[in-house]
Every structure is written in C-alpha cells, then in structure tokens.
Design a binder for this molecule. Structure first.
Ligand SMILES: *[C@@H]1O[C@H](CO)[C@@H](O)[C@H](O)[C@H]1NC(C)=O
Ligand SMILES: *[C@@H]1O[C@H](CO)[C@@H](O)[C@H](O)[C@H]1NC(C)=O
Ligand SMILES: *[C@@H]1O[C@H](CO)[C@@H](O)[C@H](O)[C@H]1NC(C)=O
Ligand SMILES: *[C@@H]1O[C@H](CO)[C@@H](O)[C@H](O)[C@H]1NC(C)=O
Ligand SMILES: *[C@@H]1O[C@H](CO)[C@@H](O)[C@H](O)[C@H]1NC(C)=O
Ligand SMILES: *[C@@H]1O[C@H](CO)[C@@H](O)[C@H](O)[C@H]1NC(C)=O
Ligand SMILES: *[C@@H]1O[C@H](CO)[C@@H](O)[C@H](O)[C@H]1NC(C)=O
Ligand SMILES: *[C@@H]1O[C@H](CO)[C@@H](O)[C@H](O)[C@H]1NC(C)=O
Ligand SMILES: *[C@@H]1O[C@H](CO)[C@@H](O)[C@H](O)[C@H]1NC(C)=O
Ligand SMILES: *[C@@H]1O[C@H](CO)[C@@H](O)[C@H](O)[C@H]1NC(C)=O
Length: 452
C-alpha cells in the first residue's frame, strides 16, 4: 500500500496532466460522437395521431418516417433508439436509413435544409439497419438500443431519414418521444420503410406531425480531434419560435457559425441539443429536471468534450412572485447549478453557462407575458449576477445582454420575439449564436481539472 502511494506521489505531476483531459481525448483513435440528439420525453399514447393511438398497440403495423439535421458530418453513423419512457417493450421489425428527397418536403428545396421534414427518400440510398446483427429488436422498457455501424457518409449540416416499422406496435399508455421537433414526421400503415414517398400512399391512414419518436441520437464515426458539445436547456434551446423544417434554432445557427467563422478546433465540434420544452433545473413536470438528466443526456453520451446549461426561466416563472418564495428558489437553484457543474467536471468536461433571458410583458402585464413579476425579475437579475460573476462556469455567454430591450431591460426586445415575451424568432436566435465566443472551444480543448 505504501509502495503504491509512493508511485502515485511520484506520478502526481503526470496524473494532474491526465486529469486535465476528458476521458475520451486520452485516445488517439477514431471514436463515436453524437452529431445529433433529441432528449427523450414521456409521450401519452392517447395524444398520438388518431389511428395510431390505441392503448396497448401504439403505432400498430406502422411506419414512422423522420428526418434529422446533423451537425458534423461523418463517413459512418449509428442510430440510438430510446425506450426510456415506454411502459412496455418497443419492437422494431424493420428500420432503414436513407437520404431524404426534396419532393413534397416542407423544407426548402435547396440549401442546408433541403429535405427536412420530407416524406420522400432517395431510394438508391436506402439501407436496412441491424441491431447486433439482427434486423429486429425488442427494446425493454427503460432501455435503449444502438444500431450497428451504417456505411453511410453524411455531410455536415445535412439531413438523413430514418424509417422505423413496428408490426406489433408498442404496449402501455406511454411511449418515448420528443414532442417539439419543429420537423415534420410521417406516419403510415404497413412496412413503408423502403417506400420512396409516404405522402402518396392511398388508404394507409397517412398522417404527419411535428414530433419525433424513439430516435434519441445519431453518432458519427469521427476523427480523433472531433468531439461534441452537449447543451441542456428548455424551450428556448429546443427551438420554440424557430421555423418548422427551417433548422434555425439558436444551436443550429451557432453550429453554422462555428463552421464558417470558427478556428480549427471549433470547426471540429458537433452540437448535441439536449433541450426540452418547459424544462426546469430542479423539478420534473414537463420532462425530467435538468439536475436529474445530466448522466443520461451528457455523461452517457458519446464524444462529449464540452457541456452547457442554459436553464432556469421555468424555475423562476413557476415560483410565486414573493421574496420568500423567490429567495428559497434562488438558494436551491444556485446549489443545483453547482451540483450539475461538479458532476460534469468530474469527467474533466468544461461547463459553459448562460444568463437567463427576460420573461416579462410590458409593465409586467401577466396577460402579455405569463411569467411577469417584479420580484421574479429582481431574482432573475440576482441569478444572472451569480452566473456572470461566481466563476463556477468555465465560460459564460450573456444571452440576456444580447436580446433584452435596451430601454426596458426587464423585457426582451420585441422585434426578436414571437409575441409571448419569452421565446424568440429566428433573428432573435441569431443573436444568441452571435453572442457566443467561438474561441472557447480551443481554450478548453484540453478539458478542465476534475477538482471543482
Ligand atoms: C405519461 O406521460 C405523462 C405526460 O408526460 C405523464 O404525466 C404520466 O405520468 C405518464 N404516465 C405513465 C404511466 O408513464
Ligand atoms: C386518438 O386520437 C383522437 C384524435 O385526437 C382522439 O379523438 C381519440 O380519442 C384517441 N384515441 C385514444 C384511444 O386515445
Ligand atoms: C438474430 O438472428 C439470428 C439469425 O437469424 C436468430 O437466430 C436470432 O434468434 C435472432 N435474435 C433475436 C434476438 O431476434
Ligand atoms: C413486443 O415483443 C415482446 C417480446 O417478444 C412481446 O412480449 C410483446 O408482447 C411485444 N409487444 C407487442 C405490443 O406485441
Ligand atoms: C398492415 O398495413 C398494411 C397496409 O395498410 C395492410 O395491407 C396489412 O393488412 C396490415 N397488416 C395487419 C396485420 O393489419
Ligand atoms: C425557405 O427560404 C425562404 C427564403 O430564404 C425563407 O424565408 C424560409 O423561411 C425558408 N423556409 C424554410 C422552411 O426553411
Ligand atoms: C403560491 O401562491 C398561491 C396563491 O397565492 C398559494 O396558494 C401557494 O401556497 C403559494 N405557494 C408557495 C410555495 O408559496
Ligand atoms: C394587460 O394586457 C391585456 C392584453 O393586452 C390588456 O387587456 C390589459 O388591460 C392589460 N392590463 C393592464 C393592467 O394594463
Ligand atoms: C431591438 O433590436 C433591434 C434589432 O437588433 C435593434 O435595432 C433595436 O435597437 C433594439 N431596440 C431596443 C429597444 O433594444
Ligand atoms: C422597449 O421597451 C419600451 C418600454 O416598455 C417600449 O416602449 C418599446 O416598444 C420596447 N421596444 C422594443 C423593441 O421591444
């Protein structure tokens, strides 16, 4: 034991050096890295499109066709399916990936959104995926499944289409989904995984909606210097106010800017948007709280070298507008943020923070802005002061300063909003992307000390 301690002491310089690197950076190998994610949520079956929402057999004999907009490109990919919130097993009978076609797509025909939300695929690109060699899999409730690697080169900021057919459907009252996709998903009866255009089928109960189901990550087989930046957030990061099929959430616009204006390090970082509409730091309710999903959505993800928390407006907004209530919330929020930072730092991963953006209507009118409150505003400012000055985050981006009304800073600048004094339009989200210092990726390339 003494001998071991001596070795450890003599190696202490080396071990400090090692501790400065995220685990996966210690490898000089190619590795899997998230190039797209959607955090899972519990979706009541009754709310699925009609004809697909029978309790005990959600999506019975159904194909679900979904497109996603990846960040970094990769020569090969893998897809993660989540059954995190299903009450019963999720049975996959046949699943394909393909490049989307622009025919009938809701997205623009050209440019980086080409094919987003499209019901059609380029048939020559269709590949059936396997799970540990089998085309079928029964994913137990609470579990997830990864496909085998798919030899499908994917370009940076391009779209891929996943078509999943389940012959049995899924039992139980709830399944796993992401209900604010801002991307059109298509549903049809029968195995349509190789069908070129779902929207042209007759008598197959074809439906579409803006939700994703089951898909929770796309991993790319990337180069050693490539990694991913995972962001836990709420509806502002999920994209409420962004253009359906437009891929102009602030994270999409940040990634585009990292590609066009970033240095060599920033250009090699993917983004894993792990935001959920209504998310709170401390309480479940609309999805799992941020503090409870750090492991699932950041630490258990592939290739994460940077993390961020931009969350808290719903915690303040759902707390009474009194000093007593807000002070108690303030105390637990600060402790909650510090807990999240500590858990992520344990893996040598830097954590970035962001100030909370304003959420009051004009003159604190609650009819115009549902979270309006003078005490809430006082505590939002207090929390933002802590975020800016505590030094707990490795880097802080001041979103509040970027989008507030300069003459009435308790409100957002209304030209950047969608009218609810809370969410932003694509020009507003552009200012979030522009506020971000792109040099932080090279600054924290080696990770951070775990001792924090
Ligand atoms: C189903 O989902 C709803 C909404 O997310 C949730 O409130 C409820 O607890 C879930 N029920 C089950 C049985 O999982
Ligand atoms: C399915 O959805 C339709 C339309 O929303 C609704 O009328 C119906 O009650 C739902 N069915 C079940 C079994 O929940
Ligand atoms: C996987 O496929 C093999 C060969 O077809 C089959 O024997 C095996 O039962 C399958 N496993 C599962 C879990 O379906
Ligand atoms: C899914 O497969 C499992 C394992 O074969 C089975 O127990 C379950 O009944 C299937 N689900 C449905 C809805 O048929
Ligand atoms: C599944 O749907 C297809 C297309 O509508 C239909 O032809 C087939 O009979 C259905 N299968 C079952 C078992 O209902
Ligand atoms: C399509 O392009 C036009 C013009 O650039 C733009 O106004 C519109 O928002 C885009 N739509 C989508 C869905 O991206
Ligand atoms: C919040 O205010 C409501 C209505 O005034 C009151 O019923 C409730 O007890 C308050 N909650 C807390 C935690 O102070
Ligand atoms: C708040 O806004 C609503 C909607 O514009 C308006 O009807 C109401 O008079 C406003 N309340 C106050 C106190 O100004
Ligand atoms: C609101 O934002 C617009 C666009 O960035 C800017 O021109 C204007 O000065 C801002 N107004 C206020 C009051 O902040
Ligand atoms: C800024 O706030 C002032 C005071 O409420 C208001 O008159 C003005 O319209 C607001 N401007 C913008 C761009 O939001």
């Amino acid at each position: 034991m003494l001998f071991l301690q001596q070795i450890l002491t003599s190696l202490s310089f080396l071990s400090v050096t090692l501790a400065l690197s995220p685990r996966w950076l210690l490898s000089s190998q190619q590795h899997w890295t998230d190039i797209w994610t959607a955090t899972p949520f519990s979706a009541p079956v009754a709310n699925l499109p009609s004809g697909y929402n029978d309790t005990g057999a959600a999506f019975f004999n159904t194909t679900v066709r979904q497109t996603v907009h990846v960040t970094l490109g990769a020569p090969q990919i893998r897809i993660t399916l989540s059954n995190n919130f299903g009450n019963e097993a999720l049975n996959v009978t046949h699943m394909t990936v393909a490049y989307p076609d622009i025919i009938n797509g809701d997205g623009n025909a050209t440019g980086i959104n080409s094919g987003t939300g499209s019901p059609s695929i380029i048939t020559s690109s269709i590949q059936t995926v396997t799970f540990s060699g089998n085309e079928t899999i029964s994913i137990p409730n609470g579990a997830l499944a990864k496909t085998d690697p798919v030899n499908m080169p994917v370009k940076s900021q391009s779209q891929i289409t996943i078509s999943l057919y389940t012959s049995t459907g899924q039992g139980g009252t709830n399944i796993t989904g992401h209900l604010s996709s801002f991307t059109t998903t298509w549903f049809a009866n029968g195995d349509q995984t190789e069908n070129s255009d779902i929207s042209t089928l007759d008598n197959n109960n074809v439906k579409s909606g803006q939700q994703w189901y089951f898909i929770s990550a796309i991993e790319g087989w990337v180069q050693p210097q490539q990694s991913s930046f995972a962001i836990i957030g709420d509806s502002i990061t999920d994209g409420v106010g962004s253009t359906p099929n437009g891929n102009n959430r602030w994270t999409d616009q940040l990634f585009a800017r990292m590609q066009s204006n970033g240095d060599d390090v920033a250009k090699n970082v993917a983004i894993a948007n792990q935001a959920w509409n209504g998310n709170k730091v401390l309480f479940d309710g609309s999805g799992a709280s941020a503090i409870s999903r750090v492991e699932r959505d950041i630490l258990a993800q592939s290739g994460i070298a940077y993390a961020m928390v931009f969350d808290g407006v719903n915690d303040i907004g759902h707390t009474n507008d009194t000093v007593e209530a807000q002070q108690a919330k303030y105390d637990s929020l600060i402790q909650g943020y510090e807990q999240i930072i500590t858990r992520i730092h344990t893996f040598g991963i830097p954590v970035f923070g962001a100030t909370i953006t304003p959420s009051n209507g004009p003159d604190y009118n609650v009819t115009l802005g549902k979270y309006s409150g003078r005490v809430r505003e006082q505590y939002r400012q207090k929390i933002n002061t802590w975020i800016r000055t505590s030094g707990k985050y490795d880097y802080v981006v001041d979103f509040d300063a970027a989008v507030r009304n300069t003459t009435a800073p308790y409100q957002i600048n209304s030209t950047l909003g969608i009218g609810d004094y809370l969410h932003f339009n694509p020009s507003g989200y552009k200012l979030f992307a522009e506020a971000f210092d792109l040099s932080v990726f090279s600054r924290f390339q080696g990770g951070v000390s775990e001792y924090q």
